[in-house]
Design a protein around this ligand. Structure first.
Ligand code: UTP
Length: 290
């Protein structure tokens, strides 16, 4: 069945990005000139998503501003025949149909997803975390949709990480199905190096069946008092198949200052309109170091 809807949780506190997140939602922090949210919505749209449901919280109204149309500005740019900027102003509102639901308290990722239950209804959907930025064409969600179609089951994205850092992540216990796919038989949040069943860490892309909502409704707060999506997935795999897909592409952690810096550098070195200047700057800075 086609994946038409994406849920994007954006109601977290963004503490790893303080102090800027006192004033700017983490999800609106930019890589060059577009916010993190923009990149993940474009990735979802490329995969066939038509409707995006963003979970926000009170105080994050500026997220809505990004998707609103600005008739006055558009008129002004049109009067000046500034087609380039006119296209940029309209880009976000034209990306997809975007709606908003509110999570009044940051009670965890699972709770945030549950807030989108009515908006999603009775169909499979994709959960996309805007702080996981994945650079690849075709995008990670497109790749996952193909796997989900083939196996007719839910699919979550995973990345192979060094064993030394695995205790910071959710980890999958799986049986190999094909080169990039494992059938999941267990999931563990932040295991110790000794207890980790693999070094396949969960990344913020999940294609899920609608049954996950009933499970989330009955999921009690787990680690650090939050309702965890991982706990609901552990419950889900007792009744339904779920697969882990090792996506093609490079992931950046846009939720931390260092991750966003790396993403900005990598994107700056890649984009046609910034590449030359970015390379020149790197050469110049390296020269100064020596
Ligand atoms: P994170 O745990 O990375 O975001 O959640 P956070 O809690 O905002 O960040 P830190 O740890 O305090 O720095 C991943 C995504 O899930 C959303 C976040 O907004 C982020 O996009 N989220 C998290 C919610 O929507 N609600 C929550 O209760 C928790």
């Amino acid at each position: 069945m086609k994946i038409r809807k994406a849920v994007i949780p954006a109601a977290g506190l963004g503490t790893r990005f303080l102090p800027v997140t006192k004033a700017v939602p983490k999800e609106l922090l930019p890589i060059i000139d577009r916010p993190l949210l923009h990149y993940v919505i474009a990735e979802a749209v490329e995969a066939g998503v038509e409707e995006v449901i963003i979970v926000t919280s009170p105080g994050k109204e500026s997220i809505g501003d990004y998707f609103r149309s600005y008739p006055e500005l558009e008129q002004r740019l049109a009067d000046n025949s500034d087609e380039g900027n006119l296209a940029l102003v309209k880009e976000a509102s034209d990306l997809a149909r975007v709606s908003f639901v509110t999570q009044h308290q940051a009670l965890g990722l699972g709770h945030a997803v549950l807030m989108a239950k009515d908006a999603v209804g009775d169909e499979p959907f994709v959960v996309v975390l805007p702080d996981d930025i994945i650079a690849h064409s075709p995008g990670a969600i497109s790749q996952m949709v193909q796997v989900s179609d083939r196996l007719n089951a839910g699919v979550i994205a995973v990345e192979q990480l060094p064993w030394e850092v695995i205790h910071n992540y959710g980890v999958v216990d799986g049986v190999p199905e094909s080169e990039r796919v494992h059938k999941i038989r267990g999931l563990v949040e932040k295991p110790s190096r000794e207890e980790a069943p693999s070094n396949l860490s969960i990344v913020g892309r999940y294609i899920l069946p609608p049954q996950i909502f009933q499970i989330l409704e009955n999921t009690r707060p787990g680690a650090i008092g939050e309702i965890q999506l991982t706990d609901a997935l552990v419950e889900m795999i007792t009744a339904q198949e779920l697969y882990a897909y090792r996506f093609q592409g490079r992931r950046f952690d846009g939720g931390t200052p260092m991750g966003l810096l790396k993403a900005s550098l990598a994107f700056g070195l890649e984009r046609a309109d910034t590449r030359e200047d970015a390379r020149a700057l790197l050469r110049e800075l390296q020269g100064q170091e020596d």
